[in-house]
Design a protein around this ligand. Sequence first.
Ligand code: FAD
Length: 691
Amino acid sequence: AELDALDVIVLAVILLGTVAYLTKGKYWGVKKDPYTTPLPGSAAAKAGRTRNIVEKLEESGKNCIIFYGSQTGTAEDYASRLAKEGKSRFGLETMVADLEDYDYDNLDAVPSDKIVMFVLATYGEGEPTDNAVEFYEFITSENPDFSSGETEKPLKNLHYVAFGLGNNTYEHYNAMVRNVDKALQRLGASRIGEAGEGDDGAGTMEEDFLAWKEPMWEAVAKKMGLQEREAIYEPIFGIVERDDLTRDSPEVYLGEPNKMHLDGEPKGPFNAHNPYTAPIQKSYELFNSKDRNCLHMEIDISGSNLTYQTGDHIAIWPTNAGQEVDRFLNIFDLADKRHTVISVKPLEPTAKVPFPTPTTYDAIVRYHMEICAPVSRQFVATLAAFAPDDESRAELTKLGNDKDYFHSKVTTQYLNIARLLEIVSKGKKWSNVPFSALIEGITKLQPRYYSISSSSLEHPKLVSITAVVESQALPGREDPFKGVATNYLLALKEKQNGDASPSPYGLTYEITGPRNKYDGIHVPVHIRHSNFKLPSDPTRPIIMIGPGTGVAPFRGFIRERKKLAENGQTVGKSILFFGCRRSTEDFMYQKEWEEVKQVLGDKFELVTAFSREGSKKVYVQHRLKERSKEINALLDQKAFFYVCGDAANMAREVNATLAQILADERGISKSKAEEIVKQMRASNQYQEDVW
Ligand code: FAD
């Protein structure tokens, strides 16, 4: 009976959308649901929802809309958390919205008793996230074309709240929130509270968010005359166990990312909502010292319409390790029913279920939840209400409230949620936690990006990646911390090289994927185009700084120039600064560079920095400095300057070193030199691909 009621709600929503579509008779954008994206032109596609924000707010009875511009899921997660908190603490009727799903020309018609929140991540070089590009262009344009036609303070009725997610190691720190905030003010909108800024570079994102939101809520409550009430947990999703289905039923998702993958051969377009299941053609290790692995993998995209250009990124869709899936299901007392089929339905029409259903607990946890990620302190506080005993409740409440205590017990130990709860309750199961709370509190498993290390000129349909396997020994913890995607890739490599059931470092995976669809060594991928590109004129000199895996895109660049030369083209000087620990330990692609040299001769030069070979540590920036004269001369010839790899230290050091070189060689002041470097960045003569 419960199922029927839920289904009725869902049907009613669909019907409402259809009626709205038919009655309006104008273009209604298709609501993009990443999991059940209907085929263009299908009845389902036509029954899309409105792109009109005001209509949406009215139709759903909401008074607070929280937009997110998200690339890796964090901004989306924060938006959901604000929505949840606004509702439970202040009774706000909140909804979360993807910026991509709406039009902005009637932001000026949002009534003044509503609130619009923006949670905006800055991506790469101060760019908007993919889903925020259109909004950003609209709002920051000189005269945004609002539906009222008004140009004088068109947003004077708009009350908004803003939080940005950025990284201070990048040049344009939190550019998105800063620029959007400025634009909104210029258009007459009034901000409630401060515009918050979270800093991933300092590792304080979560704490910055928590510190920002308290005074923000106070300001919102004051402005809107809201009374705070005791927050009680209300689930957003209804879970229905489906006795009528088993995991063998064809309509049950066992990890397939969307309907096309469930039904048969998935078709393109392949993108962030729809991966291509690509065969891995070849994989091996570039070096393999005792506790470090570095993978080279070649991924065949010839069976798809995917294309790439040298310098683009490929996204790998990972699977969680079996041990962590088991640990999670076990601590939440779901192990016995891991294969039970469930349907998950939003209990309110604006909520989105972040994976396709019907499915199983096992599939959700394995393929769709970021169960190994850092734990959110706010989430920990929420879970305290469901503790199995008083002692655990007290401890979890303390962890939730005490920032420093949390840091020392959880963050520094790289605990994930299941490991933390195991420790807190001494293994006692957390049977009372509603599954909805887990869906709400744990982010969607994210694809990981890799700088493509092949050349599209040489191999248009074969994409290679160069990835170091993430592993960190931690004092006070028995087993090292293991990264999600890279250890999965390591297992795929072992499988490809003959191990039928690989278990690198004891980690096992459902390596053949849902319904064995990834067997024969496939991995789900999509391509993301980047601005990190060779100069269009191949005779221009290039200077590349790429220590460690930062060498990845430069292997592509250099192979591209080698290929051009083999085709009879003249290529400019290409100089690569590569760094690693020792020439005998982790010197990647050493043989390949020699082959390139055979073709390019003195047009190619490799400069190495081995940090652990001499008495003093030598890094790429030191080698760069030694070459000051030559670097300056190449820049005079309009050389392009590229940096790839570690954003936190190396990229910054290199930037500073280049400014120093210019100051010394050109006899100009340091500030003038820094200004030149800035201009080089602005004009794309200086490009970074850092992470
Ligand atoms: P994850 O599990 O995602 O862990 C990564 C890090 O997150 C950990 O080291 C740790 O610092 C932190 N973390 C995770 N869980 C916890 C926890 N519970 N507690 C505390 N901290 C935690 N990498 C390459 O090797 N080669 C490339 O060419 C490359 N190119 C990239 C290009 C771009 C544009 C970007 C954005 C990234 C690139 N990366 C590259 C990095 C890559 O995307 C992955 O981040 C990396 O491989 C690690 O992924 P993982 O899933 O194995 O690790």
